[in-house]
Design a protein around this ligand. Structure first.
Ligand SMILES: [Zn+2]
Length: 94
């Protein structure tokens, strides 16, 4: 996991370029159609609620895009997007 989880402007630009390279863009919300999508300033890591005992649990850092109108939130895997190196993903014992 990177030491700094805040997304700088450079990282946000890198993400948007990556998104555009996939033929996608953040334009309007898929739920309410408002043009109020915002790339949040921090990566998040979803918590695994159940796993086999004594297993290493992978962590998946995610970028989040939130609709300011309805709250719909879209997550992008930061490793797939090239924002976080896959080898830096931390695992923990449960
Ligand atoms: Zn919305």
């Amino acid at each position: 996991m990177p030491d700094q989880l805040e997304l700088t402007l450079d990282i946000k630009t890198k993400f948007q370029r990556w998104l555009a390279s996939k033929g996608a863009r953040l334009s309007s919300c898929s739920i309410c159609d408002a043009k109020q999508l915002q790339l949040e300033d921090y990566l998040i890591v979803p918590t695994v609620l159940a796993s086999p005992p004594n297993q290493q649990v992978p962590k998946y850092p995610m970028l989040q895009v939130t609709c300011r109108n309805c709250g719909n939130t879209i997550y992008f895997n930061a490793m797939v997007a090239g924002i976080v190196a896959a080898q830096k993903v931390v695992t923990e014992k449960k």
